[in-house]
Structures are given as structure tokens and as C-alpha cells.
Design a protein around this ligand. Sequence first.
Ligand code: ACO
Length: 173
Amino acid sequence: MPFTADSELDLLFPAAHISDEARKQLHPDLHLRPLASTDYRRGHLSVLSVLTVVTDPGEDAWVAQFHALRAAPRTYYSIVIVDKASDRIVAVGTLFVERKFLRGLGSVGHIEDIAVDKSQQGKKLGLRIIQALTGISENSGCYKTILNCSDSNIPFYQKCGFEKKENEMAKYA
Ligand code: ACO
């Protein structure tokens, strides 16, 4: 399938929110853009499955979720890296912007669900996703950008400029 240009896609947020810096450093065979409403067909869930258990809800439910995220403007920033030759997604990540009452109604950027297709790991795609999401967070006025990760991923995030702070607590339903 040929590569689909951003102008032909229904995007989650305007592509201009992604800084040129992260884009320019990508290999020319790859393209970084916001999630599109047709990305179910480009292997979005298959890339996410390198991260955790993914249950396929079917395309209609996936598209409904896409529209639910878009209905909360300036809040969900999911991005993808697409391999231009195949028009398939090879890396994904999300920034969630939380608005607070403290710090003068400040906002915090939460980085979530970073995944790079197994065949493409180790080629700096994870780094480019984090750079792009951190850029969106900072340009949105977030006073910090935070994330949770396993011990084994700490060195990766340190290479992306993050430092270890506090602990994560979880209670599963
Ligand atoms: N341990 C040590 N160093 C690492 C690791 C690691 N686990 N992973 C990457 N690095 C280093 C790389 O060697 C590279 O270093 P260099 O600049 O000195 O060459 C640097 O970090 C950047 O690495 P990338 O090539 O950008 O890493 P990649 O594209 O493989 O993405 C990721 C890393 C996202 C962890 C990927 O391997 C992946 O998808 N893993 C499975 C899913 C996962 O664990 N996702 C993160 C969950 S946490 C979250 O979502 C908030």
C-alpha cells in the first residue's frame, strides 16, 4: 500500500503540534505524525502488543475510541511513526495532558504506551517518539513531563533525558 500523506488523513490533532526537530532526525523512509482514524488498518494494535496484552475490539470500536479521545481537545496526543514503503505503523506513543488546580492551574504531561515494533527496535525510533511527545508537552505549557516504566527501561528513559523520581503505586481491579 502506498504511503498516505497527512493531508489525506483524519488526524487526532493538528500535525503542526509535532516539532520539526524530532521529524527531521528520522530516516527519510519513515514519517512521524498524529494518530489517524484509519490507523487500525495500519497495524496500530499490533505495534502496541509488544508492550502488553492487546485485545482487538474490532475496527468500529477502535474508531469510536479515536473519536472519544478527539472529543477532549488539547488532552490526548497519540503519535505514530509510519514506514513509508509499506504504510504500516512501526512505533507509537501517547502524551496525556492533565490540567490541575495547583501551580497556578498548571498542567502535567503524562507519557504513556510507548512501543516500537520488534523488528525496528534499537534504531532510535523510541527516542524520536519521546522527543516529539516531550516537545508537545513543553509547548502545551506543562511544567513537567512524567511516565512510569519497568526497571529494565530506566536506562532508555535516562538516555531520553529523564531522571528517576519517587515510586509508582498500582492497584489493579
Ligand atoms: N536498556 C538500556 N538501554 C536502552 C534500552 C534498554 N532497555 N532500550 C534502549 N536503550 C538505549 C539504546 O541503546 C539507545 O542508546 P544510544 O543512544 O547510546 O545508542 C537509546 O536508549 C535510545 O534507544 P532507541 O533505539 O530509541 O530505543 P527503541 O527504539 O528500541 O525504543 C523501547 C525503546 C520503547 C523501550 C522499545 O524497545 C520497546 O518498544 N520495548 C517494548 C515495549 C516497552 O517496554 N515500552 C516502554 C514502556 S514504558 C511506557 O510506555 C511509559
